[in-house]
Design a protein around this ligand. Structure first.
Ligand code: IPE
Ligand code: IPE
Ligand code: MG
Length: 266
């Protein structure tokens, strides 16, 4: 008899903050779209793609596209928080993005560092808890320090958990988990899906329920490949700089119309 597969790591029973019982224009809009605020995706992941294409369309340089994308992220994070989503994880820089021209890579690193410093006050005020995913020992020191400061400052916040994936690769994360399992001396027979999950970068986080990809590509690009085994994928043609709170609502509405089966019958 095969054992029950670990289709998805269990969603922790996180308490709903008091403010979520209050009505806001965004929550009203969600209700008008037929969204149920009591069955929101618990964890939303976003592949923020299309900054370059947006910039090209406007006759601008790629870095201006990334800057505009950063402004989008501020709005989407606040909207997700206001809506009542408990975890938002965004792909800011992949382990493969080092292959881009040095000037773009340096610009992105600087932009993420500046954003991490400049947005901390706003995030803290909104009760956001900041976390990161990725190989932090390989990113520039200034960026690493800014991220560590953000994590430390917000660690006791009880609102949305916002995870910035920087120098993140899904395969690299699995390699790092395996290394940590081997180093901890776990016997072979105790290696299970649960023990691998327990050695990922953020083991306390539930798996994503909804993954949104902007700018139309139908691929994962190495994002959360272990955790997204059963998450629902919603791809929109809208580029990331153009993506707004309303597009987030649309994606949630699509998600709520799906039937999740986890391999079983319903
Ligand atoms: C996403 O936008 C941001 C990062 C990958 C850092 P892109 O820069 O990939 O935009 P496109 O795909 O070239 O349009
Ligand atoms: C994925 O986008 C990485 C981020 C959004 C940070 P890419 O633009 O790097 O993905 P590919 O190269 O089109 O697969
Ligand atoms: Mg891209």
């Amino acid at each position: 008899m095969p054992t029950t597969p670990n289709a998805q790591r269990p969603t922790p029973n996180t308490p709903t903050p008091q403010h979520l019982n209050t009505s806001t224009p965004l929550r009203e809009e969600a209700l008008q779209l037929g969204i149920s605020l009591t069955s929101l995706p618990h964890h939303v992941a976003v592949i923020m793609d299309g900054n370059g294409r947006w910039a090209k369309k406007k006759g601008l340089g790629r870095l201006l596209g990334h800057r505009e994308g950063y402004k989008t992220l501020r709005g989407v994070l606040l909207a997700a928080s206001e809506l009542g989503i408990r975890y938002l994880t965004v792909y800011a820089f992949s382990a493969e993005n080092w292959r881009r021209p040095a000037e773009e890579v340096a610009g992105l690193m600087k932009l993420i560092e500046t954003a991490a410093r400049d947005e901390l006050r706003l995030m803290h005020k909104n009760n956001v808890r900041v976390q990161v995913a990725g190989r932090m020992d390989e990113v520039p020191e200034g960026l690493r320090r800014a991220l560590e400061h953000g994590i430390e400052t917000t660690k006791d916040n009880t609102g949305i958990t916002f995870t910035l994936a920087v120098n993140y690769g899904g395969r690299a994360e699995i390699v790092d988990a395996v290394k940590s399992i081997v180093a901890s001396g776990v016997p072979v027979e105790q290696i299970t899906e649960e023990s691998i999950s327990a050695h990922l970068y953020n083991p306390a986080q539930p798996d994503p329920d909804l993954m949104i990809r902007t700018a139309g590509e139908m691929r994962w690009s190495n994002f959360l490949i272990w955790q997204s085994a059963y998450c629902e994928l919603v791809v929109t043609d809208v580029t990331w700089p153009e993506f707004g709170p309303n597009d987030l609502l649309q994606a949630v509405a699509v998600y709520q119309r799906r039937t999740r089966k986890f391999g079983a019958t319903v």
